[in-house]
Design a protein around this ligand. Sequence first.
Ligand SMILES: [Zn+2]
Length: 89
Amino acid sequence: MVKSIPQRMCVGCRAMRDKKQLIRVVRQPEEAGLTVDLSGKMPGRGAYLCPDEVCFKKAVKSRGLERAFKMKVDESLWQEVREQIEEKN
Ligand SMILES: [Zn+2]
């Protein structure tokens, strides 16, 4: 049996990649807001970003996360994402 690897689109470069390679941002239920999902298993609607500075900048510029979640993204969330990118590089 071939194990299929789930693919998700990066909100920066809009390329499809293995879910596991991407940073997941999740909109938590009950208006708890957005957070970086380190486990990849948190409930809620997710958006994905490559662990790459270039994608990060593209996503900020194109408001990729705002569009994905249809809500305002706080500076602190971007900071969290950035820290994850730095950690993975
Ligand atoms: Zn990307």
